[in-house]
Design a protein around this ligand. Sequence first.
Ligand code: NDP
Length: 447
Amino acid sequence: MPGLDEKLHDIHEEVLRRNPGETEFHQAVHEVLDSLGPVVAKHPQYADAAVIRRLCEPERQIIFRVPWIDDAGQVQINRGFRVEFNSALGPYKGGLRFHPTVYLGIVKFLGFEQIFKNALTGLPIGGGKGGSDFDPKGRSDGEVMRFCQAFMTELYRHIGEYTDVPAGDTGVGGREIGYLFGQYKRITNRYESGVLTGKGLGWGGSQVRTEATGYGTVFFTDEILKSRGESFDGRRVVVSGSGNVAVYAIEKVHELGGTVVACSDSTGYVVDDKGVDLELLKDVKLNRRARIAEYAERRGAHYVEDGSVWDVPCDIALPCATQNELNGRDAAVLIRSGCAVVAEGANMPCTPEAVRLFAEAGVVFAPGKAANAGGVATSALEMQQNASRDSWSFEHTEQRLADIMHGIHDRCLETADEYGVPGNYAVGANIAGFTQVADAMLALGVI
Ligand code: NDP
């Protein structure tokens, strides 16, 4: 693979050979290895202890059958996953994704990214991820509950406050976490609040957790703008997606004086030059779980079916939908339209070609493992509150989130400076996250 030095190249070849067909995992590993050349040159101890090779192999991978009965009385079979990737810094931590595209390669890419993201937060959490190929779309509440109960009936034996603490991700929000927690409590007969995060505010959840990933992405982008003497004020922003991350990113952009002029879902996008009407969007996408076309119809906004939201000119782009949703062609269009900053709210939404084009054009690029770390950071704050049987105010929790995002931003920049690539957030994030985990792995011995 071009760009990797010999040792890292060999590791990458080994990853490809040992994990056939897992293309997203290969992509995520390559993206990190590509940054590590100067680190292994400076610190040979990492290679001597095979730290990188160990990091690329999950500590544990669990795959299980999830049988459940639908509303028509038919037995349905899904596949469940939990990949416990690395616990050098703390219990495995990372969300569960319910989406028909989920397979081992997706879970491993997300789990691998999560290791470095969690390290960047500076909080004591390891990396893991899980999910299922279950599609919640069009399913009744009863079906979602029975699926969640069946999923937890196997998962419960692998998780725990000090072992592995799942949360939400695509397709897993407050409703699903409620059903999952209920089944965990029922099976174990323990009210172990710290076993899951993203819980409801009335039963162990944290203020700001729902908003945290979207808000955090915007706080991070705001730090980028401030470091250049700029702000969101008067900026045109495009946000892809209209789920948990996208909606709260839009909310915070508007609070900070920017205008979100377009957003999307998997069927199309809307252009709303007056600024997206957030209450209407929340009603359509979060409450009614409907298509974004309904937003356009009710709002009288322009709707484009199947097109690319990145065709809408903007100053700042926040991809908040899914992996590989912004490709080289989209990047070229954004660059031509004058977009100056791209920050990933989703995990790995920009393809390697898009990232390369942004770098060549001088567009500031913030990778998801830094920019969207606010979600997991606030999950760790939820764990802290559960452990101390405390609950913090919205303002206090939001300030903690803002401080954490500020800290991650500065660490990325300082590390990029230290390694001679000033302003390169991607390399800064990879190296800062890696060294934190690698040093802990060295201290813990070969395990
Ligand atoms: P949700 O399920 O709440 O929302 C996902 C949104 O993306 C939906 O609007 C969905 O549309 C849309 N979407 C999916 N595929 C496409 C596509 N190909 N093109 C356009 N839109 C698409 O998920 P989240 O908001 O929770 O997660 C979004 C991303 O953020 C994921 O990459 C996730 O891993 C990442 N993330 C999430 C965190 C969290 O706390 N939730 C934390 C850190 C990262 P539709 O309604 O049609 O399905």
